[in-house]
Design a protein around this ligand. Sequence first.
Ligand code: TPP
Ligand code: MG
Length: 908
Amino acid sequence: MSDVLDQLLDLDRSQLEPSELEELNTVEMREWLESLDYVLASGGPERVKEIIAAIEAHAEMHGVALPFESDTSYVNTIAAADQPEYPGDLEIEKRIINMIRWNAMAMVVYGNKKSPGIGGHIATYASAANLYEVGFNHFFRGQKKGPDADLIYFQGHASPGFYARSYLEGRLTDEQMLNFRRELADGPGLSSYPHPWLMPDYWSFPTVSMGLGPITSIYQARFRRYLEDRGLYEKGSGKVWAFIGDGETDEPETLGAIRVASRAHLDNLIWVVNCNLQRLDGPVYGNGQIIQELEGIFRGSGWNVIKVAWGSAWDELLERDVDGAVVKRFEQLVDGESQRYAAFGGQELKERFFNTPELRELTKDYTDADFNRLNRGGHDPLKIYAAFEAAVKHTGQPTVILARTVKGYGLGAAGEAQNVAHQQKKLDENELKAFRDRFDLPVTDEQIQSNPYLRFDPDSAEAKYLLSRREELGGFQPFRHVTAEPLAAPDLELFEEFMEPSGDRAVSTTMLIVNMIRKLLRDPAWGKLIVPIIPDEARTFGMESLFRQVGIYSGVGQLYEPVDSANLLFYKESTDGQILEEGITEAGSMASFIAAGTAYANYGVNTIPFFIYYSMFGFQRIGDLIWAAADSRTKGFLVGATAGRTTLAGEGLQHQDGHSHVLAQPVPNLLAYDPSFAHELAIIVHEGMRRMYEEQEDIFYYLTVGNENYQQPGAPDHLTREELRDGVLNGLYLFKPSTAKGAKLRAQLFGSGSIMNCVLEAQRMLEADYGVAADVWSVTSYKALHRDALITERRNRLNPAEAPQQPYVYRALADAEGVFVAASDYMKIQADALARHLPKPMVALGTDGFGRSEAREELRDFFEVDAKHIVLATLHALAQEGQLDAAKVLEARDALGIEPSKADPYTD
Ligand SMILES: Cc1ncc(C[n+]2csc(CCOP(=O)(O)OP(=O)(O)O)c2C)c(N)n1
Ligand SMILES: [Mg+2]
């Protein structure tokens, strides 16, 4: 103990002068820290942990309520002394990164000069460049590494940087670079962001809708484990890397699923959050510290957290700072304030950060250049390398690296750390020259005016280094390469039972799809490849028997004896379980769907997902993930169960879906079906498997199935199998022609889903009570009919000299007599959208409006889709055609018991 401390300790602290108290505090703190240093040196970190734990317990025992802190001091997680040797050539890497920085900036600046308003981002990549370059030169493994290859979610707004690197690697041409964001130019162009749909040999993961990259990367890493554990893919050391913006962590999809990763011990997952402390409008958390906040969140969720906050230049300062003044200052520093130092440079840092006597003393020898060198960790390759290496080696947990960077790094006055940095796309000549000088680039003043892009001489040390690093790491990144072989659709025999009538047995389409999945799971070729995905609704859909049949996947197996173990259908979890029981997360389930439905591209494995969910919680809730699935060229079946606004009884407004088919319309490569019967479902599922896996088409399917039980009629006799198949797949076929041969009045009725039963009843009533012969058509897909009609219409418009063709729906109905009346459990706009393409008008009945808690019959009355409303609509249409007296319609309305003053379901 020091003498001063001894003396001061003898006094009553409350009697001390403030200066004496401060001295006591300082000396006391130093004593404690020195003791700790001694323990660390002699006993190592483990002993330090033991002592601190004992001190904490001791303090708590004496009534000191310690604050809960899930974050650690605001210093780098990896101490300077523990940093590994940097394996690369820093000088060469610097020249490479500088050239990439230039080209990435040039793509945007020159692109906007040529075509004002074309957009693009400079600041995002500028801040993240070092993170990526350490990855490209030392970590990211390419396709040739097989199961050791990495899957990388690149931050979407940084795409100019990846194109710029690919250009140096010789993968992209000058023309492509000049056509960044000009995909419709004469020559080949480059998409703004990562879109596998647009660049299928390059991008794998669409990340640009904030939050989708993060959540899908978690389920990707988990799915990789699933494939390995089930023996479908060789176990390797490949990682899933996701690069995320700090502003992006605002999205619930970013942080909402991080527990999934730690619970599953996904040490094959590495997130790098680029903490440039800014988002689009300004600071992410100006009044606080986003890095510290994120550290707390991730640590609390069981992740390994590595902070890369401060660059190497700070190490020496921290070393000298025995009183911890710098660390204390770090901890006070809010992000909005530190943004100023990045924006205004070393002088600002000197005056505003080193603003106490101790800090001034500590830096008294510092020159302006020294202050300017005090860099952020995310721009220091040594720090980044240490973090990446530790992340790759870490076992048992996912890792997140929180790297502190500067938004718009290198842009200087043109936007460095400015609130406007995100949208900066224009640099004037002086700013371009400043950028050139800062990064020491071989650009002449003349070149600045004209040819923007730089390349290394192929014989240069830089070009060779660049390519040899990638060669050693297994090839270029990003890449997308489909290696899966076509796989023949299952034998039609498998589906034969569904073509037969069910007899007295009433069966719902939900039960039918589950039966089909069960059968497919037993198929020798397909059985292993089916991936049933359920967000905690298996019992709702009668799928619990699958628990036992194929098991629920769990990376750790089952560590408990299930409560229902005596039951035949017990809740079985196992490492080779096949079902992905995701819990209550449609977003997570959709992320699994994407992983399973793109495994043909990412792993060369033809897994086929069936994601079964409450239809209301699909397009409406996770529409953006479905859009990303489409972009990703995902295959598989989305099955919206408990579908139909009036078919799902009792559940009411929030659950009754009468519009998911409308929301399915915008997704171009999605086929959407609303089948009524088993034979339709069987034909669609078989054809889907054939097209997606045998023909390798990049499409996916949406099927709605209901929970209403009814007898399945089997394939109709009046059609050949071929005719039936064509009709079902094209979206419409004559299901039940009228038998009332002599009737004068005619109608064509169109039914879908379970409303088909109302249509069939209306057919009977019209014939029996009103002398109208009605044919009944099954409309399996309004979307398919509409799509075909638009394609045909366009073809005719673009080829006016050729004989016009008719769309399928027109041809199918050309000779149909009488009025057209359609009814479905979905919005009227589905049928209305066909109006232009039909031989005559079609009256649409549907379920526009909010649902109600009621029984089916009442719901169908309320929404006016039941048999009596179909009858009334038919008679009204006949009257409008002049074939029936209006008085007859009025008579019928009253006879049917329809009140004209009844509530309007659309407005009430
Ligand atoms: C879902 C969604 N909302 C909004 C945007 C628009 N947007 C693009 S980038 C951006 C800011 C991104 O900030 P950050 O995540 O911190 O990334 P940085 O560019 O700073 O690395 C925003 C709001 C988007 N792409 N996706
Ligand atoms: Mg940011």
